[in-house]
Design a protein around this ligand. Structure first.
Ligand SMILES: N[C@@H](CCC(=O)N[C@@H](CS)C(=O)NCC(=O)O)C(=O)O
Length: 218
C-alpha cells in the first residue's frame, strides 16, 4: 500500500542479515517498497556503488525518496512512525521508550556477540583462535539470552502485543538457530521464535530469503 504522499521506499537487503527486521516491519505495515538485493558473501556491500549508498558497507539501508537512512534502530523507528496503523511500537509513550531500550540493547550487545561467531577471523588473527572467539562470544550471547528468557516467562511478546522488539529479537535468535548453537537453556525464547515463525509476514520474508539464496548460490 502506498497512500498518496507516501515516500518511495527502497530497502537494501541481504539474506540472513539483520535487514530481515525492516523487511518484516514493512511487510507487517503492508507498505509498498522495492528491494535491492546485496550479496554480502560476494562482498557486494563493499563495492563503490554500495558504499555510495552506505559508506559503512552494511545492510540494511533504507532509501526514502532520495534520502538514505542507515542503522537498524533508526530504520525501525522511522517505519513505526510512518505506518502507525501497524502498531509496531507500544502506544504508551513510556512503553515506547522501553521498546527503544530493548532494541538498543539488541543492537549494541546481542548483535555484536553474534558477528564474531559468524566471522571469528575478524576479531583475532592468532593461529587456531577461531574456536576460542566463537566460544567466548557464545558465552556472552547466552548471558544476554538469559535476560530475554526471563522476560519472556508467561509472555507471548516483549510487550502485550507484537512490536518491532519481537521482530528484532526474532532475527537475533534466528542467527543463533542457524549457527546450530544448543539453545535448549532458552525454552521461552524458542517459543517466541516459533510464534514469530508462524506470522504471515515472517513466512513471506523467509520465503523471499530462500529465493534470494537460491539466486545467489546458483
Ligand atoms: N550498526 C548497523 C550494523 C549492521 C550490520 O552489521 N549489518 C551486517 C549484516 S547483519 C552487514 O551488513 N555486514 C556486512 C559486513 O560486515 O561485511 C545496524 O544496526 O544497522
Amino acid at each position: 500500500m502506498r497512500p498518496q504522499n507516501h515516500p518511495q521506499l527502497t530497502l537494501y537487503y541481504a539474506p540472513v542479515s539483520c535487514a530481515l527486521v525492516p523487511f518484516l516491519l514493512l511487510t507487517e505495515a503492508k507498505a509498498q517498497f522495492e528491494i535491492v538485493k546485496i550479496n554480502n558473501d560476494a562482498h557486494q556491500n563493499l563495492t563503490p556503488e554500495y558504499l555510495q549508498i552506505n559508506p559503512k558497507g552494511k545492510v540494511p539501508a533504507l532509501a526514502i525518496n532520495n534520502e538514505i537512512l542507515t542503522e537498524n534502530i533508526a530504520i525501525q523507528l522511522w517505519i513505526a512512525q510512518q505506518f502507525p496503523h501497524a502498531n509496531l511500537l507500544p502506544k504508551d509513550p513510556y512503553l515506547q521508550i522501553k521498546a527503544i531500550s530493548w532494541i538498543s540493547w539488541f543492537a549494541s550487545a546481542i548483535h555484536p556477540h553474534l558477528t564474531p561467531i559468524n566471522k571469528p577471523q575478524r576479531y583475532c588473527d592468532l593461529p587456531g583462535s577461531e574456536e576460542n572467539v566463537r566460544r567466548l562470544s557464545t558465552n556472552l550471547l547466552f548471558k544476554d539470552f538469559e535476560i530475554a528468557e526471563n522476560h519472556l516467562i508467561n509472555r507471548q511478546w516483549f510487550f502485550d502485543d507484537f512490536t518491532t522488539v519481537d521482530a528484532y529479537f526474532f532475527w537475533c535468535f534466528r542467527r543463533a538457530v542457524l549457527f546450530e548453537l544448543d539453545l535448549s537453556p532458552f525454552p521461552n525464547c524458542q517459543l517466541h521464535f516459533e510464534r514469530m515463525s508462524r506470522r504471515e509476514s515472517t513466512k513471506k520474508v523467509i520465503h523471499y530469503e530462500f529465493t534470494v539464496f537460491q539466486e545467489f548460490t546458483s
